[in-house]
Ligand binder design. Sequence first.
Ligand code: NDP
Length: 452
Amino acid sequence: MTEYTTRVLNAVRTKNANEPEFLQAVQEVISTIEPVLTAHKKYEDNCILERITEPERTIIFRVPWTDDEGHIRINRGFRVEFNSAIGPYKGGLRFHPSVNLGILKFLGFEQVFKNSLTTLAMGGGKGGSDFDPKGKSDAEVMRFCQSFMTELQRHIGADTDVPAGDIGVGGREIGYLFGQYKRLRNEFTGVLTGKALNWGGSLIRPEATGYGCVYFAQNMLATRGDDVSGKVCTVSGSGNVAQYLVEKLNQLGAKVVTMSDSNGTIYDPAGIDAEKLAWVMELKNVRRGRIKEYAEQFAGSQYMEGQRPWSIPCDCAFPCATQNEINGREAETLVKNGCKLVAEGANMPTDLDGINVYLQSKILYGPAKAANAGGVAVSGLEMAQNSQRLNWTREEVDTKLFDIMKNIHENAYKHAHEYSADCTADFTNYVAGANIAGFVKVADAMIDQGLV
Ligand code: NDP
């Protein structure tokens, strides 16, 4: 570490001591962008690191609502508007009991670099609440969303801040949030993405993060003359990202043997084919049931209560559930069992020890901010369609997504080989490449715009 990066990291640690996930994300970025900071003194002269690690604005608010029994409930709402140097704040809303300021700051910070990589004009933000939609009726979710939006609407707008979904926020929640925004502001505008098709949504948005992550994996495999066809894959999660990631892997001839939820993992050595996946989608999206039921439904599969999928041997692993779901020991198990590729559908699913294991063993590792950028990229395309009052076809959006993922891969590859000393003809450090490529664009815009 240089004197500059050590000083900034220490200051960030002191100021945000109770936010371990945020500190983890900052440490990962700062430790990899050093070569570019050393090569270009302007970033230090303009205090870019000090500024880029501080959100432009953080909003915390009370969300009162009434449950079906008539009891008053109070949750906490957040919006972290992290950086608007290259466009309006853009990033999802997460509804999960674990949500706190530190988690949303880590997600917002990652979003700044991810959005920059997409090549679209989007700044970074993130928000949400400690509200748990699990076990709530549709009417309760609606009342919560309406109360949440009653406060949030003052801070967002199509040219200011455009939220989307994340964990616990899918099509149902986006619908209720949009309805309340429209009612309060009396305007029909592209203020949220992830909308339903018949009122301003984009084709391929639900699929985008999962499909995009597989496209990124294909690009990484191509650098070694390989592809996903015939590969045995482990996937965690069974929500939006995981479902469409499994769909795309199946279409490309891979075999997916695991999915999971917060209670456990199912292992199906025969593969979760299209028919079984349709059953999972109905279970999760309609009945809102638990993944455990899969093992009761499909003979030959087993349920691993309280376990994650990483002990199952695979060629490729796709974590698609949540942050820090792979630690150093689990990363070692993956590599020892022959895993050649990890592409992250979830945000920061691997901890810093795990990342070091991937880098040292020189497997293909696609970090979240590059590999899962397809979701926000198609959100950007949804915003473009809303502005033009046009709808593009499924093929048009999928082709654009495919091209964006290819560009992100090329950009990360190029910056890695330009700046990261550990890159060779056979190995690319995509962590460094993605962080540097994302950083340079935002940092240069910040310098151009002066001290704001
Ligand atoms: P969903 O809510 O649709 O699904 C989340 C899945 O992860 C569920 O299977 C859930 O299980 C599981 N999960 C959540 N929390 C935990 C936990 N603490 N431990 C174990 N499993 C857990 O969310 P998404 O699919 O949208 O998001 C998944 C990941 O992808 C997140 O990291 C998100 O930030 C990231 N992401 C999402 C994008 C999108 O477009 N949706 C874009 C880019 C990244 P259960 O049902 O039991 O809670």
